[in-house]
Design a protein around this ligand. Sequence first.
Ligand SMILES: NC(=O)C1=CN([C@@H]2O[C@H](COP(=O)(O)OP(=O)(O)OC[C@H]3O[C@@H](n4cnc5c(N)ncnc54)[C@H](O)[C@@H]3O)[C@@H](O)[C@H]2O)[C@@H](O)CC1
Ligand SMILES: Nc1ncnc2c1ncn2[C@@H]1O[C@H](COP(=O)(O)OP(=O)(O)O)[C@@H](O)[C@H]1O
Ligand SMILES: [K+]
Length: 503
Amino acid sequence: MKVFSAEQISKIDTFTIEHEPIASIDLMERASSKIYNWIVGKFPSPQNCKIFIGPGNNGGDGLAVARMLAEKNYSVEVFLLKISDKIASDAQVNLSRIQNKKNLDIYELTSIDNMPWLFPDDIVIDAVFGSGLSRPLSGLALEIVNAINASEANVVSIDVPSGLMCEDNSTNNTRGIVQADYTLSFQFPKLAFLFPENAKYVGEWEVLPIDLHQEIIKSELTPYKILNREFVKSLLMPRKKFDHKGTYGHGLLISGSYGKMGAAILASRASLRSGIGLLTSHIPRLGYQIMQTAVPETMVSIDRSDIIFTEFPNLDQFKAIAIGPGIDKKQNSYKAMIDLLKEVKVPMVLDADAINIIGEHPELKDDLPMGCVFTPHMKEFERLVGKSKDSYTRNCMQREFAKEHQLTLVLKGAYTAICCPEGSCYFNPTGNPGMATAGSGDVLTGIILSLLSQGYSSHVAAIIGVYLHGLAGDLASVDLGIEALTASDIIDYLPKAWLKLKK
Ligand SMILES: NC(=O)C1=CN([C@@H]2O[C@H](COP(=O)(O)OP(=O)(O)OC[C@H]3O[C@@H](n4cnc5c(N)ncnc54)[C@H](O)[C@@H]3O)[C@@H](O)[C@H]2O)[C@@H](O)CC1
Ligand SMILES: Nc1ncnc2c1ncn2[C@@H]1O[C@H](COP(=O)(O)OP(=O)(O)O)[C@@H](O)[C@H]1O
Ligand SMILES: [K+]
């Protein structure tokens, strides 16, 4: 699913109005009926609805929803915010349509002193501002938003929580944004919904399709997309009857150190559960027996060091390499990394301490082989790329870094973002907070190594790997819940995740 900017959404709306064609007031009616249907589905017995209306088309939607709810015997109070002399023309039409309606009262809000009391079982519908917001809230709008946020009512925001910019909130006034319980976004999610600091404004969000014109949705370009199963499935390469293990590549996994052999085991097992032909796990000497016992399917390459990574085997035979899980970042490991980066000529995954080593020695960024995939979590990202004060800025830095160094940069978390060398950015919808547990990142490294070894290109391996990893976590959480979920469970559910992905 594409994610468009507010400006593009307005362009898509205009195109739809001209080319469907449909009158803008009828498009507003179509959109509003989607909101209405959602509300009566969620709150089926008629309740008190307090609807706050701004001067633009978002307010127009709120007025149309008010009419529909009143006709369904909900008790509706409409509050018109007097913050502008102008009111959008379709909003004006909808205002005239609710005059003298049964179950519906209209009030003008000229000062916070007229603010109604909001009760916990009220449904507050926030139709103050939508995608047309052009500056942070101030004055009466700000005061009303603060009063809504101070209440315990159920808050439903139409399209966008009022006060939230659709993309960049780096200079917004964070105290002037509605904290919705539910946000009902027309046709597309907004980029801002995918960033962690906005979760408290957006609440649970849903996309309501309003049949905007497919022609422009297809042709309009955007760097931002949200992954879905159909798209990820379309990237899969079929397996053929006479394929053999050589077909699916030989990968090298450099991982583990004294006290962190678990990382090596998890990444190895995940790799083998993701279709790799052959796997060699390079580990410090003391891990030999552990690895041979825990993962009989892998071949083992032993470092001269008992406890850390200091060397690597001949690289000629490997189709892809992963380095990082549990390796630590001692001086000798750093030296071995320098040599490795010089010698590698195949795609490579860099995770955990491999990223931290590069973060501490930025000159290594200039020595990276083609086709690297970096998989940092937030802290590792900061060490590699730098700090940022908000997620939008961080996402811009991530896209820029991927382009500048021609690599795939995966920033892990809820809605993991995958930035590709040519500038695109994919957000992953699978995964759950149960995966916030030790070792789940090691599992992802193993999966991506496996896909690279099978011949998937770097960004495709990252996309499939991230989606599959989250899907396995989701399937595991259905059976096991989220608290008890471990990284090993994610591996155990990879078979079911593969089946579900390919269904
Ligand atoms: N265009 C379409 O096809 C559809 C759009 N719809 C609605 O239209 C909305 C966008 O409508 P608009 O573009 O009219 O935008 P808004 O309704 O978000 O409001 C924009 C108005 O508020 C003013 N404004 C912006 N920021 C302000 C601030 N901080 N303080 C005071 N005034 C401010 C603007 O000058 C403008 O008059 C969407 O969010 C959606 O709810 C729906 O009707 C569905 C269909
Ligand atoms: N709340 C969440 N929602 C979705 N995925 C999550 C969530 N928390 C963690 N994850 C996923 O779990 C993995 C955690 O990786 P990481 O932080 O590197 O763990 P570790 O270092 O313990 O292996 C990432 O793939 C991340 O996307
Ligand atoms: K709104």
